[in-house]
Design a binder for this molecule. Structure first.
Ligand code: SF4
Length: 372
């Protein structure tokens, strides 16, 4: 196997889906009792047959998470740098065909946003842009990293997929983590949701984690946009991707996120709805499958859900997020990428975490220690 595409092409979506939906309680019990869980076990844990075992899964997930991560919950916040985008994505407020005012933050505006974010207590920031290669390109990212690096101990980015050489150039500027969601592993549906722009190239996106691994990135984040396709099958392919990457690029760390389709201006209804119980099942299934992976929950989720999920397996959480460029200080009223659900500020989320006996962690101590 030279890269993930080879492995991916050897698996059929329909057969994978069928194999998940035909798992039985015997398969689920085998998965629960196993000490070294396989991808087949993961299928059983995300299958409908596992629904009656949710309590048991939650208990194991909690135990494994405590063993590996203790009671620490990492806090991070997104900083939207630009809503310019050359792609059409059917589910996003920044889509090229959405007639909204476009904005890319200047260095001075970025620093205005940084002041507010620092004031909220954050030391880990996630930089987000659309895909506008003429405006937000590697040179722009270098300038932004240079500007903000002195203020943060961990910088993540969620921007257009880049070439390996670009990632290699950005890492010395202080880039720690790249998030790149496949959105869906269903190739035909992917085309329907990405009809125009560079993002319509399914294969280039699918190969991005391989390019990241080759660049030697510290951490990469994977995931799908839940709601575009059958979440169980999509999640299986994500787990398979994670499994492949961990073996091949073992020096990098990995995280998984669970974005569920949210309303935005011009909204798309989820094709496949996922209820809260199913999301808990999925989070626990990932933890049972992989004790090392970081699991992240954003402000897309509701207050009640986020309060309850803290103890069940997640390791990082965002709070007080604005999903528009300039949203914290420069231009609070500009168009959001999507509506957030949990509007509590960072302090309130930190209090909620502490009240459950967990510790909100604002600084990524690992990174600072490895640098000394
Ligand atoms: S999801 Fe990303 S690439 Fe697609 S329209 Fe939104 S910002 Fe652009």
């Amino acid at each position: 196997m030279t890269n993930f595409v080879d492995l991916f092409e050897s698996c059929s979506w329909d057969e994978t889906s069928k194999s998940i939906y035909t798992k039985t309680s015997v398969d689920v019990e085998r998965a629960l009792n196993s000490s070294q869980r396989t991808l087949e076990d993961f299928k059983a844990l995300i299958s409908p047959a596992a629904a009656p075992y949710l309590e048991q899964m939650a208990q194991i997930s909690q135990r494994l998470t405590l063993k590996r991560f203790g009671k620490a919950i990492q806090m991070y916040v997104p900083l939207y740098l630009s809503n310019e985008c050359n792609n059409i994505c059917t589910y996003c407020g920044f889509s090229y065909d959405n007639k909204v005012r476009r904005k890319t933050l200047s260095p001075m505006e970025i620093m205005q946003e940084v002041v507010v974010i620092k004031d909220m207590g954050y030391d880990h920031v996630l930089l987000v842009t659309g895909e506008a290669n003429q405006t937000v390109h590697t040179e722009y990212f270098k300038k932004v990293l240079e500007l903000i690096k002195p203020h943060f101990s961990h910088i993540s980015m969620e921007v257009q997929p880049l070439d390996t050489e670009d990632y290699k150039e950005l890492i010395p500027y202080g880039l720690n983590t790249i998030l790149v969601y496949q959105e869906t592993y269903h190739q035909e549906d992917y085309k329907k949701h990405h009809p125009k722009g560079k993002k319509s190239n399914f294969q280039y996106r699918l190969e991005t984690p391989d390019r990241l691994g080759e660049s030697g990135i510290h951490k990469m984040g994977l995931g799908v946009l839940i709601g575009l396709e059958d979440w169980r099958t999509d999640s299986f392919f994500t787990a398979m991707h994670l499994n492949y990457l961990e073996k091949k690029y073992w020096k990098s760390k990995y995280s998984i996120s669970f974005p569920r389709l949210r309303p935005f201006s011009g909204g798309l209804e989820p094709k496949v709805a996922m209820n809260d119980k199913e999301l808990v099942q999925l989070i626990c299934a990932y933890r049972l499958f992989n004790e090392e992976v970081e699991l992240s929950i954003s402000t897309r989720e509701s207050i009640v859900f986020r309060n309850n999920i803290v103890k069940l397996g997640i390791t990082s959480i965002s709070a007080g997020s604005k999903t528009n460029p300039g949203g914290y200080a420069v231009e609070p009223q500009s168009l959001e990428q999507f509506e957030i659900s949990d509007e509590r500020n960072a302090k309130e989320i930190a209090q909620m975490i502490s009240s459950q006996g967990y510790e909100p962690v604002w600084k990524d101590w690992d990174m600072s220690l490895t640098k000394n």
